[in-house]
Write a protein that binds this ligand. Structure first.
Ligand code: AMP
Length: 546
């Protein structure tokens, strides 16, 4: 993170400091604060191993010292592509403390996406589990290191290759040291990046979102309260903790910071998750709508005791009313709708809102200092209650992506508002937001964002493909799934879905982006300016479905 980071303009920053929203602690200090108050209470459990708040703080200090010895410095960055394990949390906090932000990367991403990411952030290292979900991450990390000289270290859990000196053992790195360390780690400044999240973007490479210390720290301090998380809470992470929703809304970091306990799960399968809920007496959990639906269905005939559950947060995509309505009865928990984005703004329904607000709206901004505008195509605010694009700025919303002037010019207004690309309206009289759709070309498959342009460009490389368009088609469980429309080259046989999926997977594309339906058509509908008319494609799907 050597290049200048986009910062909130000085006037607003001063206001946030003077009004006490921004404090003087770094993210790691806030998260580890409970180590002083209740050092022996369990902070984190994963795969049968646990760390108390005190042991977690010791592990973070040791990892920061060892990273310093390895030459990791303030201003460096490291790609962290780890599953939900203790070391993901320890490494994230240690890098954040040093000011060498972890770039939190979902394990689902493959060579195609990571290669682009490495070009953008030029990391000094990549942290992976040697294998995860039958994929050889270490081999991928080696390919990336061979292609990119900035990558000096691979930090790996479960590596059995002791001969490779540049491979650092992640488990040993995170083990608490007995004595003081030889090298005193540098510490991050309050306006350094604490960590980076990824946005799927609408075109090409993922966008890197540097979340600055003071701003992210503020988010971690305010979100526990909104979700009713305190030191008696047990938060279960079943989705990847590298995603902002699970990491800090309040999620893993907010719950530990509140003095509570986090259980990191490896699977969102109801049978596995329900067992953990019963065993660990889980109180809080965050789910995308499709998962919430599966859990509610599975809960009707489970033998597990789910009575400890108090709050189920649902977000990442807009749930249908039936998807959320069943939760209180089936899971015995209050639903909290969460609508937010890795760039910042978070909205929540209150735990004591009426059921209509909870089931039908996506919530109100988390901070009184969040500013929102709903604007029409002309950039002017729409009349009250009208649908328009949501623009936002505030004390924890970023002012720009990392090293991406083109994206920043498109995604941020001159006065610092982030253009969310979401179409919303403000529900009256609750002032809660309702998400009505998107103005950007992204398929949201139950919370996983798939940029149409990326898929179109890769599918266009198939020898039989003359023209291609990607749209999201309605799906009961996922909200929408990817459908690929293809016009074939004259004389060449049309590929089937299996072949197209195989072709894309071979190019290193993450599996969740692979199309789930394929339509071979004679021609695509075009708008006058040579742009595929996706509205009419979608309408043709609706007609067929209807
Ligand atoms: P991400 O940065 O991956 O968290 O994606 C953020 C985007 O996900 C938002 O801009 C919305 O398009 C979508 N999103 C997140 N939560 C919701 C929700 N509760 N309802 C509708 N869309 C959502």
């Amino acid at each position: 993170m050597r290049e200048p980071l986009a910062r909130i303009d000085p006037e607003r920053a001063r206001h946030y400091r003077e009004s006490g929203l921004w404090g003087s602690s770094r993210v790691d200090q806030t998260v580890l604060a409970a180590a002083r108050i209740r050092p022996d209470a369990v902070a984190l459990t994963a795969g049968g191993r646990s760390l108390s708040h005190g042991a977690l703080a010791a592990a973070v200090a040791s990892a920061a010292a060892r990273l310093t010895t390895l030459g990791v410095r303030r201003g460096d960055a490291m790609i962290v592509q780890l599953p939900n394990d203790l070391e993901l949390v320890v490494l994230t906090l240690a890098l954040s403390r040093i000011g060498a932000p972890p770039v939190l990367t979902p394990t689902a991403l493959r060579d195609y996406e990571l290669d682009q990411l490495v070009r953008i952030v030029r990391p000094v290292g990549i942290a992976v589990a040697a294998t995860h979900a039958r994929f050889d991450h270490l081999a991928m990390a080696r390919r990336l290191r061979a292609a990119h000289p900035s990558v000096r270290r691979l930090v790996v859990s479960d590596a059995d290759d002791a001969a490779d000196e540049s491979v650092v053992d992640l488990i040993a790195l995170c083990e608490p040291m007995d004595g003081p360390s030889a090298s005193e780690p540098e510490t991050a400044q309050l306006d350094d990046a604490a960590l980076c999240l990824l946005s799927s973007g609408t075109t090409g490479p993922p966008k890197v979102i540097p979340r600055l210390q003071q701003a992210y720290d503020y988010q971690l301090r305010i979100t526990p309260n909104l979700a009713g998380v305190d030191q008696d809470s047990v938060y279960l992470a079943v989705m990847p903790a590298t995603h902002g929703f699970v990491l800090g809304c309040p999620g893993v970091l907010g719950t530990i910071g509140a003095g509570g306990r986090v259980v990191l799960g490896h699977s969102a399968e109801p049978a596995v998750a329900f067992e953990l809920i019963e065993r660990e007496r889980v109180t809080h959990c965050a789910l995308v709508p499709a998962l919430a639906q599966r859990w509610a269905e599975a809960a009707t005939d489970t033998g597990h005791d789910l009575s400890s559950l108090r709050v189920v947060q649902v977000g990442g995509a807009r749930p249908s009313r039936p998807q959320v309505e069943r939760i209180p009865r089936a899971l015995g928990a209050v639903v909290q709708q969460c609508y937010g984005m890795s760039e910042g703004l978070l909205n929540y329904t209150s735990l004591d809102d009426s059921t209509d607000i909870i089931f039908d709206t996506q919530g109100r901004p988390a901070s009184p200092a969040d500013e929102i505008l709903v604007v029409g195509a002309d950039g002017n605010p729409v009349p009250p209650g009208g649908v328009g694009e949501l623009l936002t700025r505030g004390p924890y919303t970023v002012a720009g992506y990392y090293a991406d002037d083109a994206a920043n010019a498109k995604s941020f207004t001159g006065d610092g508002y982030y253009r969310t690309g979401d179409l919303v309206r403000v529900h009256q009289p609750s002032s809660s937001l309702v998400v009505e759709g998107r103005c950007r070309d992204v398929v949201n498959r139950g919370g996983e964002k798939i940029p149409a342009a990326e898929l179109e460009s890769l599918a266009g490389e198939h020898p039989a493909v003359a023209e291609v368009a990607v749209i999201g088609v309605p799906h009961e469980r996922y909200g929408e799934i990817v459908c690929l429309y293809i016009v074939c080259r004259d004389g060449l046989p049309a590929p089937d879905l299996r072949e197209v999926r195989g072709f894309l997977a071979e190019r290193g594309l993450a599996r969740f982006k692979l199309p789930e339906c394929l339509e071979i058509v004679e021609r695509l509908p075009y708008l006058g300016i040579g742009k595929v008319d996706k509205k009419s494609l979608r309408a043709s799907v609706d007609k067929t479905a209807g």
